[in-house]
Design a binder for this molecule. Sequence first.
Ligand SMILES: [Fe+2]
Length: 286
Amino acid sequence: MQLEPLHADFGARVTDFDISQPLDAERRAALMAAIDRYSFLCFPDQAPGDDRQLAFTREIGEPEPNHLPKGEENRIDYFGTIGNVQEDGTALGNDHRKTIFLTGNNMWHTDASFKPVPALVSITSAYEVPSEGGETQFISARAAHARLSEEQKSTVDPLIVIHDYVYSRSKIAPDAVSPELARSLPPVRQRLVRTNPGTGQKNLFMGSHAKTIEGWNDTESRDLIEGLITEATAPEHVHTHRWQTGDVVIWDNRCLLHRGLGYDADKHRRLMRQTRVRGAGPTLEE
Ligand SMILES: [Fe+2]
């Protein structure tokens, strides 16, 4: 694979890899090795379409059902739509509840950390992008762990964190999550520090869904979690991805944090389609 690094900590742009072609064992191994090494891969000029994106997702692993249709209607849909363009082609404005709900993604997070088995990777295809705003920012939580002092590492390495979707979405509005959805996503326990099974490298695992640290009081928990996120996301550690139509981006949810920067949905259309691959198992068993 032709890989052009994007940031000192992580990330690469890949220009010689055609996602429309089925993954044979050799290309799959190269892709997985690149994910382990770079955590963020951008494939420009792809736009595979939903059918091929889902097939590609299955070639990597088990697709993860989107939590919204599953929790609200017990319906399996592997796609999440990021943006304001609807199935009928119309676009929602800033005041629509769906647009407001999606602003939850503007907090630093890692996808599906609120599930018992969090996501391995997210795969996002961009079909319509705003001419201004709407960038996605990323940081390496592996580099963030490496930058901690030995004393900080000995504190954080054994900790367990409670991740809670209702907690993170209550920051948007107290009633942002329906009772059905809340029941489908009870709080879960996750390791604060995870280890990549292929490379042995450690990383922090936190973000907006991380509520409290097991055995710590609320104030101590929030101080530690927010302090780690603030240090990890200092401007020099951030890679900002400015989406282009046709981009496919794969990121490793085990070891990156990301956030959306927001855009004016009254002025711009945005359509991105996302699938996720389920992780190997609960983080506590890693
Ligand atoms: Fe996300």
